[in-house]
Write a protein that binds this ligand. Structure first.
Ligand SMILES: Cc1cc2nc3c(=O)[nH]c(=O)nc-3n(C[C@H](O)[C@H](O)[C@H](O)COP(=O)(O)OP(=O)(O)OC[C@H]3O[C@@H](n4cnc5c(N)ncnc54)[C@H](O)[C@@H]3O)c2cc1C
Length: 458
């Protein structure tokens, strides 16, 4: 396709983009502001990496397609596997409904790989930087895009620690510098204008603490407790590499979880299930807690721009930054990388138009799922039309049904893992089960309450 592609940003989206580009360009240069660590370490350019990062089933299979064998490597090195047909693996509550069942006969069980974000990223980075045509230029800032003859022809970079600028000529530049991407400003300066930005102000605050839990082992490997409209608080608590557990408490719509350990535990009392709270009471913090404030989801609609310069693409959070509570960002980045591969497979003519249209499919699905849930939170300021209220009501019924109906549960899990389209949840077979399920759902809530009380007593 060309001699040289340059990828700006070596986080998850950048690494996966670089992997795809090695199939089509002679050389790929990854420019990254941070000095990249050799192993599993937090780094400044990815502050969100200290918080819970779920890899959805769609994301893990896309990752394995791009880097065959990577999931086995994660597990060999200590990632924990949770499987949807193993009732003791997951404990999920949404909108006050417990989705957990005694036996979970999923037709096609899904796997989740539980690990910290630096652990996942370090494995992907090791594989991508080992590719013979990849050069990693870390410790360098992107200064500006360079335009020539009506296209983007390269990028100017400079050492982060100071020093002379360097021009990198490129047949293709891919901006994956994250949410703070400056491509809109570059495009504006070049006369292309800025993309329209869509978004919902959600004011999410994460507070996270890594811990070790004294026996007995908690009754699930992964607890996902979604916010109820009344409390606007939720949590993710899961086991990860090196026999540790990660607690992320979440406040939505401006609610701020505390950062002191005892206060974090107290914060979960009242809305988290007793087995989770009791595991937290047996936990010893490792290191300091960290906080992250996320103001609003943001989708830059490059797919809707009338003009866009050839030689440039935008991917990952620079394209769309999702409300983190649904764990979609890395998985959508992997799906975008597959879309890039497919687009490049048909040549580079009109590449940006074709890529932005292809990427808008997985982005749009994840976006609509997230937005539908966001609008059920009272603190989220956005208009609720009749359709939104009806869909909120249906989703609540559907989630209530998950605890008693494995077919509905499996359909829900496959959609939220971005494997099946959301329309699957409105198919006649699911509609009938959901709408006819009020009594069954009430029984399930009762059973779940009884089980929670029983496990709590144990
Ligand atoms: C609190 C929080 C929790 C999240 N939880 C999940 C989750 O559970 N599951 C999930 O899939 N996703 C989650 N995400 C999203 C996920 O972190 C991102 O989608 C993912 O990292 C992909 O982002 P990216 O590579 O596009 O950008 P980023 O990860 O933001 O990386 C951008 C990279 O560009 C570099 N960079 C920036 N500017 C420059 C510059 N000028 N010059 C050179 N380099 C530069 C940065 O150093 C960084 O390495 C979460 C996000 C947040 C905020």
């Amino acid at each position: 396709m060309g001699e040289h592609a340059v990828v700006l940003g070596a986080s998850m989206a950048g690494l996966l983009a670089a992997r795809v580009l090695t199939d089509f360009y002679d050389r790929v240069t990854l420019v990254e502001r941070d000095e990249l660590p050799g192993g599993v370490e937090h780094r400044r350019g990815v502050p969100q990496g200290r918080h819970a990062h779920a890899l959805l089933a769609s994301g893990s299979s896309a990752l394995d397609e791009l880097l065959p064998g990577i999931l086995a490597e994660l597990v060999d090195d200590g990632a924990v596997v949770a499987c949807t047909d193993e009732p003791t693996d997951f404990w999920q509550e949404l909108g006050g409904h417990c989705l957990r069942q005694e036996s979970v006969p999923f037709k096609q069980p899904l796997r989740m790989y539980l690990a910290t974000r630096p652990f996942i990223e370090a494995h992907v980075r090791r594989r991508v930087s080992a590719l013979s045509t990849v050069t990693v230029l870390d410790g360098h800032d992107v200064v500006d895009l360079v335009a020539a003859a009506g296209r983007i022809a390269g990028v100017r970079v400079a050492p982060h620690a100071g020093g002379p600028e360097q021009l990198l000529d490129a047949d293709l530049v891919v901006d994956v510098t994250g949410r703070g991407s400056r491509t809109p400003a570059f495009l504006d300066a070049l006369g292309y204008g800025r993309p329209e930005v869509q978004g919902t102000e959600i004011r999410v605050t994460y507070t996270t603490q890594l811990v070790r839990v004294r026996p007995p082992a908690p009754p699930a490997k992964l607890f996902l407790i979604g916010a109820k409209p009344e409390t606007c608080s939720g949590a993710a608590f899961f086991t990860c590499e090196n026999d540790r557990w990660l607690l992320t408490t979440v406040g939505l719509g401006g609610c701020e979880p505390p950062t002191e350990w005892d206060a974090m535990v107290a914060f979960t009392e009242g809305w988290a299930p007793e087995p989770l709270v009791s595991a937290l009471r047996r936990a010893e913090p490792i290191g300091e807690p960290t906080r992250y404030r996320y103001p609003a989801s943001q989708w830059r609609r490059y797919d809707l721009m009338r003009r866009f310069p050839p030689g440039l693409l935008v991917m990952g959070d620079a394209l769309c930054s999702f409300n983190p509570v649904y764990g979609q960002g890395m998985s959508v980045a992997a799906l975008e990388a597959l879309a890039l591969r497919d687009c490049l497979g048909s040549g580079d003519a009109a590449l940006s138009r074709r890529f932005f249209a292809a990427a808008a499919k997985p982005v749009g699905v994840a976006w609509e799922l997230a937005r539908g849930s966001d609008l059920t939170i009272p603190g989220v300021q956005a208009p609720r039309r009749l359709g939104t209220r009806v869909s909120g009501w249906y989703t609540d019924r559907l989630v209530a049904t998950c605890g008693s109906d494995p077919t509905v549960h499996e359909a829900f899990v496959r959609v939220t893992n971005l494997i099946d389209p959301p329309s699957r949840l409105m198919s006649p077979s699911i509609l009938v089960r959901v709408l006819g399920s009020r009594r069954k759902a009430e029984r399930a809530v009762h059973t779940a309450d009884t089980r929670r009380a029983a496990v709590g007593r144990e």
